[in-house]
Design a protein. Sequence first.
Length: 268
Amino acid sequence: MKKKKVMKMNYRNLFVAPFVVLLGLTSCKKNDENKVPIEIQPEVLNALFNNKYQGVLPCGDCSGIETIIALRADSTLSKLVFYKDKDSYPKNFDGTWKLKDSVFEVNFNGDKEFYKIKSDSLIARVGSDLKEVKGKLAEDYLLALKQPLKWDEVAGTYISGDTLSESYKKFELQEVKKNDFRLMYTSITASDTCTFKARGIIDKMADEIIFPMKTIEKDLEGDLKIYFTEDFAHFKLNDLVDIPAQQFCDSISINLNGNFKQQSKSEQ
């Protein structure tokens, strides 16, 4: 008798279980249908596409990853990353994006990242589940509107390397007149010293100073550019951040790659 009773209970459960699953699926479907899509106002998107966003994201083996993102209206974007306190240079990545509700799904050659619009002046790095980090760490994942450089504070002396060693690099920026800069670059090695000069103008949209190569030597083509991260200045040739050695002097080739620290007035 007990055996028959158990069998009846099992049959009853078999009928109930599919009904529960079906009910759950129906409920989920109704929730999806009732979900109101998020619409981003055109003025917010316009601000996003005409500015850069900057922040220092968490890093497992350094003090942070300085990140600058520039979104463009043609569904492309660029990202500059710089690992702070590491012996490395900034790297630039180009990618594409698509917008779903308030989240940009970004694709860098198959590597996906997700950024949520908080406002026209703030975006947040989120996970693949599109959820924001909560609590004390939340601010570590925010990228804020990048403020324009104060160009009157850019002029001065910048050094890469130890000036007490046999080899180091430095350059001096002098503002000749508004938006017009003169560059004097010096590479010092144990065997020789090479110096060149250039004249350039500010690109305010890109936060760069552009020095036409022909101002160094008349036969040279392209542009040498100085761009700035939070604590350093760096060079790039056209849009190439990893610059091949340049033969500006007969005696030595110059490696322009480096993280150049601006010297305080007392250090100059």
